[in-house]
Design a protein around this ligand. Structure first.
Ligand code: NAP
Ligand code: GCO
Length: 266
């Protein structure tokens, strides 16, 4: 078997939602490195312009679009534009997401709904928009960016955990419903990754010491460090490529071992 070809994304069109920076950008870079043409969306022109320059600096000719994943009309237009500019979407990475850290009894229903809307309804809307084309073309890959919170809870992240737990089950359901059409829908569950989303958890304290949560995560991770967006590049290429054609409805945790570890005795 030609192993290079098995992992190659040559000739494929990939859409990475929220691929302007952070984990989405690293995944866009990875898929491009394996041969795919990259489209991404975000919500602001300034982020889009910066991202285009960042992709360009890496020698990647990415296409960027303004679209909010919670808006079905905007997502429909996004997919039509990508089809006109590049072709039908072969690989969808549902990466766009937010978190709000608020104790549950202090959280408004409006805040809770916004997190669920972006982190769970958004992936539903984007998957729904690409699945018909994938069915017609006879193949498709959908990768949902899940979380440690697809499995675990902690104080202040009730909406995020509810959404990411739901995203795990949406992944399994897309697999169940469209696996027969040769669509593989899998999730990646990143551990604690150093990006803007987690920056508040890594802030230095006034006395220069590390944030207690930062120390907690390092001690809870057998790898002994935070993850980097680059840690997700290989797993994303695997799940986007023919190498994973018999992998479906699976969540691949890329967490430095957190989920395997009970933690150190204090
Ligand atoms: P990030 O740095 O905050 O980036 C989030 C991206 O999502 C941005 O590009 C943002 O762009 C986009 N976005 C947010 N809301 C959107 C919307 N409604 N429509 C379109 N785009 C939207 O976050 P990250 O850490 O890279 O996380 C990326 C994904 O991985 C998220 O789903 C996150 O929950 C998940 N994750 C992160 C970690 C971690 O430790 N960092 C761990 C597990 C899972 P604009 O704001 O410009 O629209
Ligand atoms: C938090 C974090 C997490 C991570 C990630 C873990 O406040 O606990 O932000 O939820 O971002 O999703 O996998």
């Amino acid at each position: 078997m030609d192993m290079q070809k098995l992992f190659s994304l040559e000739g494929k069109i990939a859409l990475v939602t929220g691929g302007a920076y952070g984990i989405g950008f690293a995944i866009g870079e990875a898929l491009a490195g394996a041969g795919a043409k990259i489209a991404f969306n975000c919500r602001s022109q300034s982020n889009l312009d910066k991202a285009l320059a960042d992709y360009n600096a890496k020698g990647i000719d990415a296409r960027g679009y303004i679209a909010d994943v919670t808006d079905e009309g905007q997502v429909g237009e996004l997919i039509s534009k990508i089809e006109a500019d590049l072709g039908g979407v072969d690989i969808l990475v549902n990466n766009a997401g937010i978190i709000k850290r608020i104790p549950m009894t202090e959280m408004s229903a409006e805040d809770f709904r916004q997190v669920v809307d972006i982190d769970l309804v958004g992936p539903f809307i984007c998957a729904k928009a690409v699945i018909p084309g994938m069915v017609k073309r006879g193949h498709g890959k959908i990768i949902n960016i899940c979380s440690m919170m697809s499995e675990l809870g902690r104080e202040t992240v009730s909406a995020y955990a509810a959404a990411k737990g739901g995203l795990k089950m949406l992944t399994r359901n897309i697999c169940s419903e469209y696996g027969g059409a040769n669509i593989q829908c899998n999730g990646i569950g990143p551990g604690y990754i150093a990006t803007l989303q987690t920056a508040p958890l890594r802030e230095r304290q006034a006395d220069g010491s590390r944030h207690p949560f930062d120390q907690f995560i390092v001690s809870k991770t057998p790898a002994g460090r935070w993850g980097d967006p680059e840690d997700l590049m290989g797993p994303a290429v695997f799940l986007a490529s023919d190498a994973s054609d018999f992998v479906n409805g699976h969540i691949l945790y890329v967490d430095g071992g957190i989920l395997a570890y009970i933690g150190k005795q204090p």
